[in-house]
Ligand binder design. Sequence first.
Ligand code: NAP
Length: 298
Amino acid sequence: MSARITGRTRLAGIIGWPVEQSLSPIMHNAAYRAVEFDCVYLPLPVADETDLIRVVGAIRVLPFVGFNVTMPYKQVMLDLCDEVAMLAQMAGAVNTVHCVDGRLIGYNTDGRGLVDALRAELGFEPGGATVALVGSGGAAGAALVSLVLGTAAQVTIVNRTLENAEALAERIRPHARETTIEVVALDEGAEEVVRSADLVVNATPLGMHPGDDPPVPAGWMRSSQIVADMIYRPEPTPLVAAARSAGATAVDGLGMLVAQGATAMEIWCGESCGVASRHVMRRAAEEAISVRAGGECA
Ligand code: NAP
């Protein structure tokens, strides 16, 4: 079951708070065994930013190949890296770090994860599409950059706090030649934006907690529309259930999670590792979810 750890085994992991429920250790360790990558992936729970600085300092001097970063540190990680890839700078968040000779190089694989998952699962290409992007945090920023690179025709950021949506739009607009970026408040004028979109993306945590409503109601969605939820629990998520009841084609965030994880592996151990890892990661994640649904974990 567990990998054979020797004196040469490299380290990887996920920094966040909390990380107990993260599927990344399960997905990554399964993939490392499958492709014989001599590395072990650890949960790295970090309670606050003071500890984050200490942990990142320790990682620089330990044999880490890289690490992932999740909430709430994706934005602050930008400033802790020595170099940041343009895509992560534009997204305003780092979720994957490559350790190279003690230097930390930051990437963002979330946006590519979303687009890769939509392509693989539904054959959807963003080129020319009209998109309603709900949320304006780190994951929404990454999605927006990938949609712009994928030449979506229009992306409207739908957000609870309009100023946050405006700040994201202003940051990306100078890079968007073929994509018009608009903003609208979630509680004012969003219905028509959602109804007329080819693709609706949820990049908020809405739906994760028991009793949560979907981020947009079923009545705003329609058939012939694609709906992508970044969250993947519960199964189905409230948005996926609402979209399907409206006749739309909907996917949850598991495919995105797997695709961003495989892209991290590509960065750390090469393209062929990333490609070979994808189906192993998916199977490991699905198994873990079904065990948890069976009551082993909360
Ligand atoms: P974040 O930076 O904290 O942004 C959260 C966004 O959600 C903000 O736009 C915020 O709006 C909005 N929001 C939060 N609570 C809300 C509420 N009660 N009502 C309305 N809007 C609300 O988080 P993130 O890193 O972007 O992540 C967003 C979600 O995507 C998380 O659930 C995360 O787990 C998921 N995600 C999934 C994957 C995957 O691989 N499947 C990858 C990345 C992220 P305000 O601006 O108004 O605060």
